[in-house]
Write a protein that binds this ligand. Structure first.
Ligand code: HEM
Length: 149
């Protein structure tokens, strides 16, 4: 699974634009200043990853486009800031399941792609919506085609 570089890049690009967690919260433990804004101790701040992942200043003019190639040289080099990719958060309280989640997704995709090709069905409606996690509001119908037929 470690050799599936393109699959890893596709998964990271999917997590960048449509990560399951779109926002996390943090409470300041001391008075601080962020981007010129004074924030008192005890303030709950929101970190809107879904919006930050589309910031053209950080990700480039093509930030809104699905381009797995941006992860070619690793997650830390995909954007102007090494910690720009926040799908699993960052730092000591980042997701402890991230390696497992990536492994599971890669294994699942690898098993499917060995026997099938697939594409999004024509009736798909692009409507990402948050119900605790980000989900396709109208489902995600796909067309599977057995390889070699
Ligand atoms: C694509 C799948 C996943 C995504 C996008 C994701 C994302 C995240 C994010 C953004 C956080 C930080 C939450 C916060 O600070 O408020 C987090 C924390 C956490 N995740 Fe995940 N996660 C995923 C899968 C998993 C899996 C499979 C597990 C367990 C097997 C897991 C276990 C945890 C735990 C225990 C924390 C809390 C860590 C802490 O606070 O120290 N996650 N995850």
């Amino acid at each position: 699974l470690n050799k599936l570089k393109l699959t890893t890049m596709v998964l990271y690009e999917t997590l960048r634009l449509y990560g399951a967690v779109i926002m996390i919260a943090r409470e300041t433990t001391a008075d601080t200043e962020l981007g010129g804004v004074k924030i008192p101790k005890g303030t709950t701040t929101m970190i809107p990853m879904a919006i930050m992942h589309r910031d053209e200043e950080v990700w480039g003019a093509d930030a809104g486009e699905f381009k797995p190639d941006r992860f070619q040289n690793g997650v830390g080099r995909a954007a102007k800031h090494p910690s720009a990719m926040l799908a699993f958060s960052a730092g000591p309280r980042s997701c402890i399941g991230q390696d497992f989640a990536m492994l599971e997704a890669k294994a699942t995709l690898a098993v499917i792609l060995r026997r099938f090709e697939f594409e999004v069905a024509p009736e798909y409606v692009h409507a990402p919506a948050e119900f605790l996690t980000l989900q396709p509001k109208c489902g995600l119908p796909v067309l599977l085609k057995l390889l070699g037929q």
